[in-house]
Ligand binder design. Structure first.
Ligand code: IVH
Length: 682
């Protein structure tokens, strides 16, 4: 499992310590001020660990304002409402080993085994709030503050989903939990803010903090509450039950939202090993949860254990937060590259100072199009917030304007096509080479795309050979690939052996189903999925070409607004398609593989295949494997993520196998997989 590394460096001297404390304080103040962080979570955690390590060695240097040992780093806004019971924070662990150590120290502390098991709950990434109910009515909301006193946030009553103004019974009780913006609420909040000419929130947590504090806004932003605890109020002892689980069930019964509604919700486990598996389950679900989490909280379930373990100054000994690697981090934008794509589109790509994110090292992020860059108002040298979830291409969420030094420079937009030097067509949202796909520019990317695994699958015809074929004039469009002579291939690849193999590959490519041939054309607004839909819908290339805009718009998954673009591009490629047909390339779609009726052995499973297939599955290429997965009810995918249910590992499996092992994904041998789908192996 991926873990966030403990700090690699320690603070060298007192001056370094002083600087570290200043940086941490500035970050905590900014965080609790306008909610805009100047350090991401991982960097802040690392810094405070370094500070704490230095303070252990040099107790005489400890600054009174040091963030260690204080709730919220000592910077949370402290209001004037006294907490009935201190609202503490949680200590962190970062991997299985540290979790096991925490459990061992808990056992030592209570002088015996942990009875009643451990609770696992998501660590909601929002703002801690205590909700006071008196005789069933919600009368006051209080922020965490310094743990002893918090701000009065009662003005937000009525705007928080999951926190009813009346309980199911007339109870007097204080319910504690986290207020957050779900992903949908975050999006809606930013739409509302834009409509009111307010700056959009840079992330959900900052948005929550800003929203809860704001008093006189001309608009209302809805947030969500999840309870994770409850305490008595006014001396009334309403809560029953001997365990955290029982109290949370009681809170749920009162009508307050708890994590029970989520797949990642409260579960009780007998051992730490089981808890670890429960944490990994949450990690797999994380990208698809409707709200953000930054870890998993583990608590002793039994109040007898909790009471015996007690509290430290800042956190309870009976609970800990298992931090998950962040989905968002800050890094610097060091450049913007402009690359010409398969349809002659000139697409910008952000070059970043590399940063570890969601288990991989991120160097590039998408910038979509020039308008996106302008709207983001990003400059080279800016600190930016980058996010990545699962297989999604990393994206830049926002710019940390507070970190600007004045040294930043504007992003330079291309005045000429970066590939051919020709004019740029800037009339659309995406810029493209004015020569378009029919000109020389875009030809090479288009050819590279066409020979790719999901299209013609011509193995061994790499960029260098394609360049040579284009330079010699042997290939002027995709169709020319099918009329190449052995001699032309031998010259381009400088090998008769390679030419032999390529001649075979090209011959085989002629027989690919229509969806692959269509996909190889690189028609605007279409990719592999839509090519499949279009081919399945029309069955023959002639029928596709005969379709008007209206007929195209009827294709499943094709956005009607894109139908005219598809039609125009198809018409422009008419001569190329004619050449393909003349070269003997297949122009029809075979019948669909039998669809599973009712649930199959892979229903609900996300399956990735890697390595070469031998044995019962010998000779099946990726697409055939994918069809098999679909027939058995599963969902094929190209890369391993936390969502992946099975990785089928064939011969010479490489990085995907390593990633699956790292994530704890179930790995199946070819034989095991073949046995699972035996009924579908016709
Ligand atoms: S229990 C005395 N459970 O994380 C223990 N806290 O970093 C109190 N949080 O201040 C906390 N999800 O705001 C608990 N399931 C959960 C939580 C949770 C999020 C927050 C809470 C706390 C902070 C500590």
């Amino acid at each position: 499992m991926t873990t966030t590394a403990a700090p690699a460096v320690s603070l060298a001297d007192r001056a370094a310590y002083e600087r570290a404390v200043d940086t941490a304080l500035a970050a905590a103040t900014a965080y609790y001020g306008d909610g805009e962080t100047t350090l991401d979570d991982v960097s802040y955690d690392e810094l405070t660990r370094q500070i704490a390590a230095y303070e252990r060695q040099h107790p005489e240097h400890v600054r009174a304002d040091s963030p260690t040992g204080k709730v919220g780093g000592g910077a949370a806004p402290v209001g004037d409402v006294a907490h009935t019971v201190p609202m503490l924070s949680l200590d962190n662990v970062f991997n299985a080993e540290e979790l096991a150590k925490w459990a061992a120290s808990l056992t030592r502390r209570i002088g015996g085994p942990v009875t009643g098991g451990y609770v696992r709950e998501p660590k909601f990434d929002g703002m801690a709030v205590a909700a006071r109910y008196r005789t069933g009515r919600l009368v006051q909301l209080v922020g965490r503050g310094d743990g002893l006193h918090g701000e009065d946030l009662s003005h937000a009553i009525g705007t928080i989903v999951g926190l009813p103004e009346r309980l199911a019974v007339d109870a007097t009780v204080e319910i504690r939990g986290e207020v957050l913006l779900t992903r949908d609420q975050f999006q809606k909040a930013n739409e509302i803010r834009l409509a009111h000419k307010a700056k959009p929130f840079s992330n959900a947590r900052n948005g929550t903090a800003g929203t809860l504090r704001a008093k006189d806004r001309p608009y209302v932003i809805e947030t969500t509450f999840f309870a994770y605890g409850a305490v008595g109020l006014d001396g009334v002892d309403f809560l029953r039950g001997d365990t955290h689980e029982a109290v949370m069930a009681q809170v749920h019964a009162l009508g307050v939202q708890t994590s029970a509604i989520s797949d990642a919700g409260l579960r009780v486990y007998a051992t730490v090993e089981e808890v670890q598996a429960g944490i990994e389950e949450i990690q797999r679900l994380r990208a698809d949860l409707p709200f953000g989490i930054d870890g998993v909280v583990v608590k002793a379930n039994d109040f007898v254990v909790q009471n015996a373990a007690g509290f430290g100054t800042r956190h309870p000994h009976w609970a800990t937060a298992y931090k998950l690697p962040p989905m968002q981090r800050q890094t610097r934008l060091i450049g913007v590259e402009w690359n010409v794509g398969k349809t002659a589109i000139i697409a910008p790509r952000a070059v970043l100072e590399p940063v570890e994110l969601d288990g991989s090292r991120v160097r590039y992020a998408t910038l979509n199009n020039p308008r996106f860059i302008r709207d983001l108002d990003v400059k080279i040298g800016d600190t930016v917030v980058v996010s990545k979830a699962g297989d999604v291409i990393p994206r830049i969420e926002s710019v940390v304007v507070d970190k600007r030094t004045g040294e930043e420079t504007p992003v330079v937009f291309p005045e000429a096509c970066p590939q051919c030097g020709g004019e740029v067509n800037t009339s659309g949202e995406r810029w493209e080479c004015a020569e378009g796909v029919n000109g020389s520019c875009g030809l090479l990317p288009a050819l590279k795309y066409a020979v790719g695994r999901d299209q013609l699958d011509i193995e061994g015809l790499g960029g260098t050979y394609l360049e040579a074929l284009v330079a010699s004039g042997a290939v002027r469009d995709v169709a020319d690939l099918f009329t190449l002579t052995h001699q032309q291939l031998a010259e381009a690849t400088k090998s008769t052996r390679r030419a032999d193999a390529l001649m075979q590959q090209i011959e085989a490519a002629k027989q690919k189903p229509l969806n692959r041939i269509f996909c190889a054309l690189g028609i605007k607004c279409t990719g592999r999925t839509l090519s499949k839909e279009i081919a399945a819908h029309f069955k023959t290339m002639d029928a596709i070409r005969a379709a008007d805009v209206e007929a195209l718009a009827a294709v499943n998954k094709l956005a009607p607004a894109n139908a005219p673009k598809v039609a125009a591009h198809l018409a422009a490629l008419g001569p190329v398609i004619d050449k393909l047909a003349e070269a003997g390339v297949n122009m029809t779609e075979p019948e669909e593989p039998a669809k599973a009726t009712g649930p199959g052995p892979l229903t609900g499973a996300f399956v990735v295949v890697t390595g070469g297939m031998t044995g019962a599955l010998a000779g099946r290429n990726r697409n055939e494997m994918n069809d098999l997965i679909k027939a058995a009810g599963g969902e094929p995918s190209g890369s391993v993520s936390k969502k992946t249910t099975y990785l089928v590992a064939g011969e010479n499996a490489g990085s995907k196998l390593a990633k699956a092992q790292q994530l704890g994904t179930k790995v199946l041998t070819e034989e095991e997989f073949a046995a699972m789908v035996a009924d579908y192996l016709s």
